[in-house]
Each structure stands twice: as C-alpha cells, then as structure tokens.
Write a protein that binds this ligand. Structure first.
Ligand code: FAD
Ligand code: NAP
Ligand code: SF4
Length: 689
C-alpha cells in the first residue's frame, strides 16, 4: 500500500524519551499568558486543550513560581501545595484527553521579581526591576532548592508529564551562574564549580524526588548576551553535567531579559540562534551524550523547523508564539497545508507587550488566543448576504470568519491587491513577516469561498441587496497644513512606500510615530536604485549590527566591537512636535529596538519641534512653546508621516441614506489604530453577525 511521504519527516517523527514517546518534535515553549494567575485555571485548560488537539508533541506551561520569593509579580501563579495541585487537574486532564503531553515550568525569578520579597545570590538590583533583592543565607539557598523540588513533586501530583526547570534568561538559577550577579564567598559562589552547584543540586534532587518516569527539562542559557556572561566552556560544562545529572531534555535559552540584543522581535532573522544549539550538539556528540537538545527563537514555519532538524542542529524545536498564532500549526503541517498556517509575525504586540502591561496575552493575527472560551465562531443558522468593503486586515478578517461561519460574503477593494496598509508594512526592512500574513489571508479567502472583487471602488448605491454591510475602508493620511508643503521636495509616506517616488540624499521626516520610524528604516536601508538591504534577511550582517558572536570567542556571545553597520543610504532626521524622546509610544518590548537600530544608522531624532515653513532651503523649524531658535534644516526631501484620519466617506454616505452599516478598523477610529485593533474588532463582529 502506498503511504504518502510525510511533508516534514523530521519534524513529525516521534521522539523516544525512554519512559515515554513524544509524537513529534514540536515543543510548545513556555509563554506567560496571564491565564496562569488566580485559582480558576479553566481558561488555561481550554487554551492548552486546543494546542494539544492541534498536535503539539509536548506543551510547556507559562512559568509557575515554586514559592512566594520566586513570584514574578505579586500573586503570580504558584504551585506549592496539594490544594493547588488539585486545581491544575483541569489543565492536565484537558491535555491528556486531547492526546497530548504537558510539562509545568518552574520559574523562580530571583532579582527579576517585580515584588518586594525578591531574593538573589547577592544584593544586586537588576536593571529591569525597581526592587533590590535580599541576599540569601546558605539556609535560604537550601529553602529555594527544596521549593523547586516540592514544586516538581506537586506537578507530578497534578498530573503533569514533566517539569521544565527554568535555568536561563537571567532568572534565579542564571543569577548564581554569572560572576556579576553572584558575589558570594560561601559554597554557592566563587569559582564556576561552586556557582553551578545550584542547578546541579536542583536537577539531582528533583530527579530523585519525582522518579525516573517523569520528563525533566532543563532550560540552559547557551548564550547570555550580557557583558560578563558565561564563557562557552562554562556553558558546555554545565550542559553536560545537567544531562548526566538527570535531565531528560535540554532546552535552549537565548539572552538574559536585560540583554540589549533583540532575541525574538520580528527584525531578528528566522532561526537566528539555531547555530548555538548546534554547537552544543557537537559537544554532546563528542562526549557520547544523547540527551535531546531543543532549539528555539524565531522559528515560525514548518519549513524552517524541518530544515533545522534535518541538518542535525537540534533534536526538537521550541515554538511558543507560533502556537498562539495558530493552535493547528502541527496538524496543518502534517496534512500538507502549511500554506493555511496563520503565521506568527513576531510583532509581540498582543502577547509580550500585553504581559508587560499586566493584560492577558492574545495574538495580533489570532485574537481568539487565550480567549478560547469567549470568542467563539459558531456556524450560522441564518445565512446572510454580506458585503465587506475594504480588504485591509479589518475587512479580510471579517470576510473570512463570516464565510467560515456559512454566510455568503462579497469582499471589495479599490486596489489591485488585498491587504490595505499591510502592503506598505511588508516593504519595511525587518517587517518581512507581513508577507506571511498576506499569504494566509489570500489562501483563506480562496478556501472559505469569499467572493473577491479587486479594482472595485464601492459607493453606497452599489450595496443594495445585501443583508449586512461591513465598512472597512481604512484611513487617509492626515494633512498637517504646514506652510510650503506643496513644494516639490515634499512627499507623503504613500509616495515613498506605495508609489516609490525618488527620495533625495538628505531627508527630513515629519512625524515620529510608527510610520515615521518605519519610513526612516526604509530610507536608510534602500539605495537610490530601490534595492533594500534588510539585515533580517542577512544573519551575519544582523549579528554584526547587534554584536552577537560565537560564545567561544567572547563570554556571553557579545562581541567587543559593536555595532558594526553598513553606512546608511541617506542622512535622515526624524522630528516630532511633542517634547521628549521620539518613539516613546512604540511597542513596549520593541520600541527600544527601533530606536537603537536608527541610532546605529546615525538617524537624528528630535522632539519639541515646530514646523514653520518648507522652502528651497529645506525645513524651517523653531523649538519649544516660545518658538525659539529658528533654524533651517537643509534637505532634499521632506516626508510627511503625520498620522492618519478615518476614511468615512462610504460610512457617511450610507448613514445619510438611512442604511445601517458595521464600521470597523481605521474607518471606525484612526487614533491609535494598528492591525491588532483592526483584526480584533473585525473578529468580534464576525463572531456575532
Ligand atoms: P487599511 O489597511 O487601510 O485597508 C483599507 C482598505 O480599504 C484599503 O485596501 C483600501 O483600498 C480599501 N478601500 C477604501 N475605500 C474603499 C472603497 N470605497 N471601495 C473599496 N475599497 C476601499 N500595524 C501594526 O499593528 N503593526 C505594525 O507593525 C504596523 N506597521 C505598519 C507599517 C506601515 C508602513 C503602515 C503604513 C502601517 C502599519 N501598521 C502596523 C498599521 C496597520 O497596517 C493598519 O492599522 C491596518 O492596516 C488598518 O487596517 P484597516 O483594515 O482598517 O485599513
Ligand atoms: P501616529 O503613531 O499617531 O504618529 C503620527 C505622528 O505625527 C506623531 O509623531 C505626531 O507627533 C505627528 N503629528 C500628528 N499630527 C500632526 C500634525 N498636524 N502636524 C505635524 N505632525 C503631526 O501615526 P502613524 O505613524 O501614522 O501610524 C499610524 C498607525 O499605524 C499608528 O496608530 C501606529 O500604531 C500604527 N503603526 C504601528 C507600527 C508598529 O510597529 N506597531 C508601525 C507603523 C504603524 P506630534 O504630534 O508630537 O508631532
Ligand atoms: Fe506572534 Fe504577534 Fe501573535 Fe505575538 S501577537 S504571537 S508575536 S503574531
């Protein structure tokens, strides 16, 4: 009998751990979602169940603290008692009923804790928490070890298949390993054999307490990316000792949280750190160690994952955000439907940024993530004819969900392609993942049977005969009304990104919001012939830009010569009227990356500017409320990125005719609009129409 070849033979092959077999090589990496907090874990159960049903080989939960000292923030999820273990049953049962396996991550944050009970090897404050930790006594260290072991025992009691001991990202265990956070002179400090005692004790005692038939994952910091980080010899020594000391699987940790190197943002090249795990694999092979190694960071398609495994760089891949984006990732890959995967674009906008704002995570491309019990798309009982006008992210999301539910949907756009502003975003160096979003929408339009009408500008008169009308016509650029803005040297961001008008050598960008920053990145990276050099697609150049090097050459893998960037293609000045730091309103976890990237390209960023006049000389500006220090900024081009206003012509026309329409996305409200809000609003509408 002929069995079709597996599309991803390495990714989908089982992994025998001795006491159990994982059905494939996909580990869902630990992600804090906010669902871990509180006593009622039913939402966490629903979220995990969907990922187990979607075919993930092994799920790792978000971090649970083993005790109060280890809390990431006040009342963080904790597993320390049999009562708490009982409450976790709902999660483990859900995953097992769906045929999956699940491990609980034990996370002790040490000096990263955002709470006053923080403890650490030494009394040294971290740059990312306002709380100075208390230095542990030797007995205190013992108490923390016992807490780890107890947490693992309770996890087993709760029905988990294993635990992951979080030993990377600069958390508690990592703080013992590095000299700059461990100044102790007792048996837990000093030379490396003393500093690495803590993880070895935790692993050995945990293994003893939980028995042999329980999966024990150790997350090893393979490249710290901080000054004075571990040397490669130290990392290898620890990795081997942990493997021989009882770990079933070793997972890769990349970079401490305080590192000034981006490790998961969209501008990080795909699989940018798989080579680090590969280095460890070579060390293990030479020592005859067979403990499976998991690699991670910016792996978001089955092709990339398969490539890593096929080339022998790792035994498993960890994907976290890609499974927020699409719980069916593995099943779709197995069914040969990778083109229907809703790909994580690594934007952090609805996941990590939410966590840092104390909000429950979700996903920009999948607003149902972590809302599995609330946002439900049921088949319709009353099929309607629905017109959706505008095929930007708002209109596309509405159209595909409505069609999926059984409605007859016609989708119109005046442009020749779907995507609206996503077609501008995708051209920005470092935002190439937007191509994936467009591919997904394109395929979903085809498979859900949406009737698509491109090159079709719609007026109210065209909409008779529909039961429902959804207006998703987006925005138009705001007119800043600056004297002289009709000068030939003035362009809008649409002229630059859509029409590709020539742009001069010296450029002033007016407006330092998300689009101003993106246009600046585009202009410093694009030569006069229009060739874009994106370091996201050029790993060596990206490493040189951020100072990432082989950890065997420099401790922590941080090059002493940083940054090394190719000269910018243009001299760019980025201005805003608000006083203060331009870019302050960018993403919580990514804004610093955009600012640092432009600084590396000598972009001058200035706040508190008044725009007086544009003329042949350039842009005349004054500063502050007193409009002082009138100065000409000489330039060849001025690009207006001064925000957007709703394009409401169609909505207003319908309203004037007394017709009801559902207005979503930029057409509804342009202030603080982004694709996350547009998609979320559209999905919620489509669930109830
Ligand atoms: P739009 O995307 O503007 O789509 C509206 C569509 O309606 C258009 O295709 C238009 O042709 C069509 N239309 C208008 N009138 C008619 C009519 N009468 N008949 C037929 N069709 C009509 N957001 C993020 O969240 N993250 C980012 O990183 C990000 N980066 C960006 C980078 C750039 C350079 C730009 C420009 C935007 C970026 N955005 C980003 C913003 C994001 O793209 C928008 O918020 C989002 O596209 C708004 O979606 P929408 O569907 O409401 O409108
Ligand atoms: P924006 O973020 O609102 O920024 C508009 C900029 O124009 C600001 O710097 C503003 O600052 C300035 N401005 C506003 N009115 C002006 C006027 N009358 N004259 C001169 N300057 C004026 O909007 P955007 O950059 O156009 O982006 C549009 C949306 O897309 C945003 O909501 C953004 O979130 C989203 N987007 C997101 C990303 C992302 O990475 N997440 C990237 C791109 C776009 P001052 O008023 O201080 O001058
Ligand atoms: Fe990925 Fe962005 Fe979704 Fe986070 S919000 S999972 S980064 S697509």
């Amino acid at each position: 009998m002929h069995t079709p070849a597996s599309p991803y033979p390495h990714l989908l092959s089982p992994l025998d751990l001795g006491h159990t077999v994982l059905k494939n090589r996909v580990l869902m990496g630990s992600m804090h979602t906010g669902l871990e907090e509180g006593r009622d874990l039913r939402k966490l159960a629903a979220y995990c169940r969907e990922r187990a049903e979607g075919g993930v080989g092994l799920i790792v939960t978000g971090g649970f603290a083993p005790n109060i000292a280890g809390w990431a923030k006040p009342f963080a999820g904790t597993l320390a008692t049999s009562g708490a273990a009982m409450r976790h049953r709902v999660v483990t049962d859900a995953v097992h009923q769906a045929g999956g396996q699940i491990a609980l991550q034990i996370l002790h944050t040490g000096r990263y804790a955002y709470q006053p009970f923080a403890v650490a090897p030494s009394r040294i404050k971290s740059p990312i928490s306002p709380f100075t930790p208390r230095e542990l006594s030797a007995r205190g260290v013992e108490r923390q070890i016992r807490a780890f072991v107890n947490c693992a025992v309770k996890a087993r009691e709760a029905g988990y298949d294993g635990v992951e001991i979080m030993g990377s990202e600069g958390y508690f265990i990592n703080q013992f390993l590095a000299r700059h956070t461990n100044k102790r002179t007792d048996q837990w400090g000093g030379d490396y054999s003393q500093r690495m005692r803590l993880p070895l004790e935790i692993v050995a005692r945990t293994r003893e307490a939980v028995g042999k038939d329980f999966t024990l994952i150790y997350r090893l910091s393979m490249i710290d990316l901080v000054p004075n980080g571990s040397t490669w010899d130290e990392v290898v020594q620890l990795g081997k000792a942990v493997a021989q000391g009882g770990a079933t699987i070793i997972n890769t940790g990349i970079g401490w949280h305080e590192a000034r190197v981006p490790t998961i943002a969209t501008s990080v090249p795909r699989a940018a750190f798989a080579w680090v795990t590969a280095k460890m694999k070579a060390e293990f092979a030479a020592a005859g160690i067979t403990t499976p190694l998991v690699t991670s960071n910016r792996i978001n398609t089955p092709e990339v994952a398969e490539g890593i495994l096929a080339s022998g760089q790792a035994d498993m891949v960890s994907m976290a955000r890609p499974l927020l984006a699409d719980p069916e990732f593995v099943n779709k890959a197995a069914a040969g439907q990778a083109d229907l995967i809703n790909t994580c674009i690594a934007c952090n906008q609805a996941c990590l940024d939410h966590v840092f704002q104390n909000k429950t995570s979700s996903c920009l491309v999948n607003p149902r993530a972590c809302r599995e019990t609330e946002l439900v798309f049921r088949p319709t009982v009353a099929k309607k004819r629905v017109a959706v006008v505008g095929a930007g992210p708002a209109g596309l999301t509405a159209a595909i969900h409505l069609a999926d539910r059984g409605h007859a949907v016609s989708l119109f756009d005046a442009a020749a392609e779907i995507g609206g502003q996503l077609n501008l975003a995708k051209q920005v160096p470092g935002k190439e993942e937007f191509h994936e979003m467009l591919r997904y929408f394109r395929r979903k339009v085809e498979t859900t049977g949406v009737s698509l009408h491109l090159n079709t500008r719609v007026a109210a008169a065209d909409l008779a005969g529909y039961d429902e009308v959804v207006v998703a016509t987006g925005i138009t650029p705001r007119d800043p009304k600056i004297p002289g803005q009709d000068h030939p040297k003035v362009l809008s961001y649409l002229d630059v990104l859509r029409h590709h008008h020539p742009v001069g050598q010296r450029v002033v960008i007016i407006g330092a919001g998300g689009i101003g920053f993106d246009v600046a990145e585009y202009l410093v990276s694009t030569d006069p012939q229009g060739h874009v050099h994106s370091t996201t697609l050029d790993l060596p150049a990206w490493q040189a830009e951020w100072g990432v090097t082989d950890p065997a050459l420099a401790p922590g893998g941080l090059s002493p010569q940083r940054p090394q960037v190719s000269p910018p293609e243009r001299q760019v000045t980025l201005l805003q009227r608000k006083a203060g730091k331009p870019g302050a309103g960018l993403g919580k976890t990514t804004g610093w990356i955009h600012r640092a990237a432009l600084k590396n390209k000598n972009v001058e960023m200035v706040g508190g500017v008044n725009y007086e006049r544009i003329a042949d000389e350039g842009l005349l500006v004054t500063y502050g409320e007193k409009r002082a220090n009138a100065t000409w900024i000489p330039c060849d081009s001025v690009v207006l990125c001064t925000g957007q206003v709703s394009l409401r012509a169609l909505a207003d026309e319908l309203q004037a005719l007394g017709k009801t329409a559902h207005v979503i996305g930029g057409a509804f409200e342009a202030g603080e609009l982004d694709a996350k809000r547009a998609i979320d609003q559209a999905a919620r509408l489509a669930a109830v129409l």
